[in-house]
Design a protein around this ligand. Structure first.
Ligand code: GLN
Length: 538
């Protein structure tokens, strides 16, 4: 296929309708018909990337192999498509303006007034076409963050309008995701908000080709016809997106509604190829028909917002399916975990996962939870800050170094068992300066991780500034906490394991980012399996 096709996904009426899931589901259906598809996300905020955002703002920050700190929707894209994303798949307004201003400073627009139209919109258009120019993809799906009608979305909508004009109707189209609310007092689904949001899009000269309507109730044919007539789309282009039991049902629901068929027709692509969704369906079958149930504690300080730990929760779902186990995840707020109530709050758990994080808030609760897991031989999985806290717990309670800490929390502590990485010491800027992306790690033979990965060297994604202080490595190992994974080039400790425990693993990296439906992460699979084993032995 020579001409790359472009699909733009916009959102109307409200935010949080799940544009990312719809985009990923459509991509999955097109991929199942042998099209090479990728998804990119354009976010209208001014941050250059979401790396400096608190998870309460937009949920977790996802990290790609090439070290981009991105919107969490890229995680959905990778989990659904099993294809890696990169720096190029996420662009923010901040990044767009940064590039344009740098060009202006270099003199590239010499003599001209630099304006939103055409300079910002041209920059957006260039970025929208970038992945398509690689020749690696037949179809590029572009998700526009935010809601149509927002001031900050306008340059993106204008860029979409121009691109459709440039590329032609057969090569570019718009899917508009809206909400069809149900008014219980009237006992009716209401179409007006959708009509208005389609009209708002039209005011910017953009016509929606397909409407995907989020709804809590079935949308009748009559309402679909009404939506089609008043929103100026074909009746078959009104797609119902009803609340699903799991996000992994959405591709199949979209297939039933014929979303992929309408899209292929609109783009003049051959719609008659067969679907290859066998593995996906096999996953769903296992996921929905578990034979066992376990209870896992997720200890973190952002637990109020589910999206903060999105990739971890999804990796647990993938691993649960592999183990044919329903995993009930209990969110435990580390800040509210007082030492005296640890037993009360953690008893009955089959496994404990301590989450990544930054800063001092809630760390003592994490350390107490790890102590409980270690002493009671409950499978423990520590990720990033969770691993660092496991090192501190061991130093304090096994080695007797009461004042052990991370210099992130206390620069003056007597035993800085976790310290700032050497190359971070000169860093002053916060944005994009952590140790990011995929790094190599050699695994110690005969360790848990060597068995789990079935490999000698692995590559995992990182996002941190602090590390295990190698001055304490020997003492930690002599007292039972082994470094079982080390970066071959720098000697940084990436994995620790406690030998005196059935399953106690802490990793400096983020394995959750690489878990997908078709490739569940082996460490999560092993952790869930250890927790299941623990339950059986109880
Ligand atoms: N705050 C710790 C560090 O920067 C851990 C980071 C994380 O958990 N992602 O090293």
């Amino acid at each position: 296929m020579s001409q790359t096709k472009y699909i733009f996904v916009t959102g109307g009426v409200t935010s949080s309708l799940g544009k990312g899931i719809i985009a990923a589901s459509l991509a999955k259906l097109l991929q199942a018909q042998n099209y090479r598809v990728t998804i990119q996300k354009f976010d209208p905020y001014i941050n250059v990337d979401p790396g400096t955002l608190n998870p309460y703002e937009h949920g977790e920050c996802y990290v790609t192999d090439d070290g981009a700190e991105t919107d969490l929707d890229l995680g959905h894209y990778e989990r659904f498509l099993n294809v890696k994303t990169s720096q190029a798949n996420n662009v923010t307004t901040g990044r767009v303006y940064q590039n344009v201003i740098e060009k202006e400073r270099r003199g590239e627009f010499l003599g001209k007034t630099v304006q939103v139209v055409p300079h910002i919109t041209n920059e957006i258009k260039e970025r929208m076409l970038l992945l398509g120019q690689s020749g690696d993809f037949d179809i590029i799906i572009t998700e526009i963050g935010g809601t149509v009608g927002d001031i900050e979305s306008l340059p993106y909508i204008e860029a979409v309008r121009q691109l459709i004009w440039d590329l032609g109707d057969e090569n570019a189209m718009v899917i508009h995701l809206t909400l069809v609310p149900f008014l219980s007092a009237a006992g009716e689904l209401k179409t007006k908000p959708t009509q208005h949001s389609v009209k708002t899009l039209m005011e910017s000269g953009v016509k929606a080709n397909v409407l995907v309507c989020r709804t809590e109730h079935h949308i009748s044919d009559d309402i679909k016809r009404k939506l089609a007539l008043f929103c100026n789309v074909k009746p078959e282009a009104v797609i119902q997106s009803i609340d699903a039991e799991t996000i992994y049902d959405v591709p199949l629901l979209m297939k039933e509604e014929g979303l992929d068929q309408v899209v292929l027709n609109t783009l003049n692509l051959d719609p008659n190829k067969t679907h290859d969704l066998e593995e996906w369906e096999a996953f769903l079958k296992k996921y929905k028909n578990p034979k066992h149930t376990i209870e896992i504690g997720l200890v973190g300080k952002y637990v109020e917002l589910q999206d903060s730990y999105k990739s971890i929760l999804e990796a647990i779902n993938h691993a649960g399916a592999v183990n044919e186990t329903k995993v009930n995840v209990h969110s435990i707020h580390s800040e509210h975990l007082q030492t005296q109530e640890v037993k009360e709050k953690l008893k009955g758990l089959d496994g404990i996962l301590v989450a990544p994080g930054f800063g001092e808030r809630g760390i003592e609760g994490k350390i107490d939870a790890i102590r409980y897991a270690r002493e009671n031989k409950i499978p423990f999985f520590g990720i990033c800050l969770g691993m660092q806290m496991a090192v501190i717990e061991h130093a304090r309670n096994v080695m007797g170094l009461a004042d052990a800490n991370s210099t992130e929390m206390n620069t003056a502590c007597a035993h800085p068992v976790i310290g700032l990485m050497e190359d971070q010491k000169e860093v002053t800027h916060k944005g994009g300066t952590m140790r990011l992306g995929a790094w190599k790690c050699d695994l110690l033979p005969n360790s848990i991780v060597a068995e789990v990965y079935g490999d000698k060297t692995i590559e995992e994604r990182h996002r941190h500034r602090f590390e295990l202080n190698n001055e304490y490595k020997k003492a930690l190992e002599d007292s039972g906490l082994k470094a079982t994974g080390v970066n071959p080039d720098t000697g940084l400790v990436e994995i620790v394991e406690n030998n005196d425990h059935p399953w106690f693993v802490g990793v400096q990296y983020h394995p959750e980012y690489k878990s997908t439906v078709l490739n569940p992460h082996p460490l999560f699979v092993a952790f869930i399996s250890a927790a299941l084993q623990n339950k059986k032995e109880k």
